[in-house]
Design a protein around this ligand. Structure first.
Ligand code: ADP
Length: 394
């Protein structure tokens, strides 16, 4: 009997032995819950194609192996097989085929044995190759689906984050109105009390405390609102041509009384500044006001200085220096983060401190297409330098 016929005759035995061996193999766990048919799948096609290839009288027919193996690959992907498990089931198939053919091969001539082994290997290699091709394609399409899901999830998450920001702004708005009236009424009450009862100090202290916390809450809410507006992309740039010295003078006039209260002179040196720049005047004023008021708040003796000058590459700079407490090197990058504050030496914070001022400043600087630098030494003082384009791009 030639090998081809023998193989056809033994097909059922090979299938039974192979299915059993795959099921018993501890390294192919994915087959544990499959039915016999589920494991068997394309093996009949592979064996019959193998028989035609081995037969010298028939034309070799390899196409069924190609088709069957492609199908086998995508089925194995669906069944959750790993690539290693597939490689293992083919190795077992090779072993089972050779062990069944062994008695026949022992009687054949050397050249016949060589030919048979070579052909079986070619056919099985082709089957493995095709199987992996469709297995990989199937896995790739699963990956693509997963990626699509992830993208959708990501969009959904971003939407939620945005919605939360909206909620926060909403809440802050709601809080603002009653707070404003608390402050208004307390203020009025305080003034009336001062006129009437000079002796009732305790009462006044309570009211003053209400006022202080009310003001602080309002300050915090305003800052949080400003930040959330920026994060939601709602902060729009309104560029216009402005006079630098006028803007600096406005800030000076607003904050000079505060500095004078602490005996701190504010020096202004803007002789080397550009006359006019194109920027958002309100936002720039907010930046300078914030930095100068910080300089006053964190300085006890010495002075504050505001310097404006031209900078390279069509830019200009404004620096606010103080001779205050200074900032430790390790805190210098963090002070621009929301709610980050450095405690004073007695572990307390300044009454109006929110930790949001510099976070707002750094975002506003970005909005104005500039950058902010800090140079500070503990016990010596700090200089915040804001570098801005002479003209913002719209
Ligand atoms: P805060 O409302 O707490 O002042 P900021 O965001 O404006 O919030 O500042 C963050 C922290 O950076 C402050 O708590 C303070 O420790 C530090 N800081 C800011 N400006 C100065 C300065 N000019 N000198 C020293 N420390 C400063």
């Amino acid at each position: 009997m030639d090998l081809s016929e023998f193989l056809l005759e033994k097909t059922d035995t090979i299938i039974v032995n192979w299915v059993e061996a795959v099921r018993q193999d501890n390294n192919i766990e994915s087959a544990n819950d499959l039915s016999r048919k589920g494991i068997e799948n394309h093996i009949g096609h592979v064996l019959s194609a193998l028989a035609t290839v081995l037969s010298e009288s028939q034309n070799s027919e390899i196409q069924p192996i190609v088709d069957a193996s492609l199908h086998h690959g995508s089925l194995r992907a669906e069944q959750g097989f790993s690539a290693a498990e597939i490689a293992r089931e083919y190795r077992i198939l090779r072993q089972v085929i050779f062990s069944i053919l062994e008695p026949q091969l022992l009687q054949a001539s050397t050249s016949e044995v060589m030919r048979t082994v070579r052909l079986i290997n070619i056919v099985l290699d082709e089957a493995i190759g095709r199987c992996f091709q469709s297995y990989t394609e199937q896995r790739l399409s699963e990956l693509e689906q997963l990626q699509n899901h992830l993208t959708l999830n990501n969009q959904e998450l971003s939407r939620l984050v945005r919605a939360n920001q909206d909620n926060l702004s909403h809440l802050a708005h709601e809080l603002k109105t009653p707070l404003t009236s608390i402050i208004g009424y307390s203020d009025l009450f305080l003034r009336l009390q001062r006129q009437k009862t000079k002796d009732n100090v305790n009462n006044l202290e309570h009211i003053e405390r209400v006022l202080r916390s009310g003001r602080k809450l309002l300050h915090l809410i305003n800052d949080a609102l400003e930040l959330s507006r920026y994060e939601a992309g709602q902060m729009k740039l309104h560029p216009a041509s402005i006079h630098v010295d006028k803007l600096i003078n406005d800030v000076y006039e607003m904050l000079e009384p505060l500095a004078r209260n602490k005996n701190l002179p504010i020096e202004v040196d803007c002789d080397r500044a550009p006359d006019e720049v194109v920027t958002d005047s309100l936002r720039l004023q907010q930046i300078v006001t914030n930095l100068v008021s910080n300089a006053i708040r964190y300085t006890e003796t010495g002075k504050i200085k505001i310097t404006c000058q031209m900078w390279e590459n069509d830019k200009w700079a404004i620096a606010i220096s103080d001779t205050g407490v200074g900032i430790h090197f390790e805190d210098q990058t963090q002070i621009f983060e929301s709610y980050f504050r450095v405690a004073l030496s007695d572990k307390s914070y300044l009454p109006e401190s929110t930790g949001l001022g510099l976070a707002i400043v750094s975002r506003l600087v970005k909005l104005l297409q500039g950058e902010i630098k800090l140079d500070s030494q503990v016990g010596v003082g700090s200089t915040f330098t804001v570098i801005l384009p002479l003209s913002v791009k719209v």
